[in-house]
Ligand binder design. Structure first.
Ligand SMILES: [Zn+2]
Ligand SMILES: [Zn+2]
Length: 321
């Protein structure tokens, strides 16, 4: 089969991703082999390719937003970021499997979906409908699910004012979920195309800063320099949740300006399967608009380069020929 692997991490987005020919993997007990129809491109894949996220094993195939068919049964499934947990530790037992120290991740600890086939533990795949185009489902699997968890982590009150910093794949789905709950959404992004998309999706504003104090905010851009202004833009009692796995260094905070008046700064770490099931149920019952930019598998390097250069409006998705 054709696949892409992350080679030696380096500074160039397109450099370390190399095409290879590999044997189709053989599923073991409790595993399914999935023929990939589409795989969403996530900023985490870019962090891996650029070396911001240390590789867990050499020459791993990235991609953790996979829609495909189980070989043999033909069942449509989604393979997402969380690949396995121990099921026994204090976090797993408390319903916080996203914090399991022995958790593993698709496209990081094991090969992911920038390939014609991917293998996954059957207990961690999500059933998906067969009649929706694969490219519309793929971005739900990380962009959608992580955004859903970030929305819970930022404690957005009913009818509240939500700031969204960075407006890519996850943000464009999260904005719609928040607006559906009655929130007023303010997008903060430098990209003209992303500002336009935010306003099309119902954001109240899109610009350099929110025009009013915020009850909650989510930082999707991996930029630590945005943390102090985002905290300052919160109203009293507001919460800022950082959604990404990687963030550049946060500059020093000033207690009075950034945190006093019970403002809260939180991270978001992966997701539980319960988050995934809850979000997918919601997104399949009330489908969001999924803005996609489609690439063939052969163009995975170009997709990452476009993501790095802010040339993607919405979600980049690899679609198999
Ligand atoms: Zn992701
Ligand atoms: Zn565990």
């Amino acid at each position: 089969m054709r696949a892409w692997v992350v080679d030696t991490p380096g500074p160039m987005a397109t450099g370390p991703l190399v095409p290879v020919e590999r044997d189709v993997p053989e599923p073991g007990p409790g595993e399914v082999l999935v023929r990939v129809e589409a795989c969403g491109v996530c900023r985490t894949d870019l962090h891996l390719a650029e070396g911001d996220l240390a590789p867990r094993r050499p020459r791993t195939t990235p991609g953790h937003q996979v829609v495909g068919r189980v070989e043999g049964s033909g069942e449509r499934v989604g393979v997402a970021w969380l690949r396995s947990t121990c099921g026994r530790c204090r976090y797993c037992l408390r319903g916080m499997e996203n914090l399991c120290p022995d958790s593993t991740y698709t496209g990081w600890d094991a090969d992911g979906g920038y390939a014609e086939y991917v293998m996954a533990p059957a207990d961690y795949v999500y059933p998906l409908p067969g009649d929706v185009p694969a490219e519309r489902l793929a971005p739900l699997l990380c962009a959608g699910i992580i955004g859903y968890r970030a929305l819970a982590r930022c404690d957005l009150p009913p009818g509240g004012r939500l700031g969204i910093y960075g407006f890519g794949s996850s943000a464009h789905l999260t904005a719609q979920a928040a607006i559906a709950r009655g929130a007023t959404v303010h997008a903060v992004t430098r990209s003209a195309a992303s500002r336009e998309l935010a306003l099309e999706l119902g954001a109240a504003s899109a610009g350099d800063r929110p025009p009013e104090p915020l009850d909650a905010a989510i930082l999707f851009a991996p930029v630590g320099d945005l943390v102090p202004p985002a905290l300052e833009a919160l109203d009293r009692g507001g919460t800022l949740a950082i959604a990404g796995i990687h963030l550049t260094d946060v500059p020093p905070l000033n207690y009075e300006r950034h945190l006093f008046q019970e403002r809260t700064l939180r991270s978001v770490t992966a997701n539980t399967r319960a988050d995934g099931r809850a979000y997918l149920e919601l997104a399949l019952a009330h489908p969001p608009r999924v803005e996609t930019k489609i690439y063939p598998l052969d163009a995975a390097g170009r997709a990452l380069a476009d993501l790095a250069a802010d040339r993607v409006r919405g979600a980049a998705v690899l679609v198999m020929g």
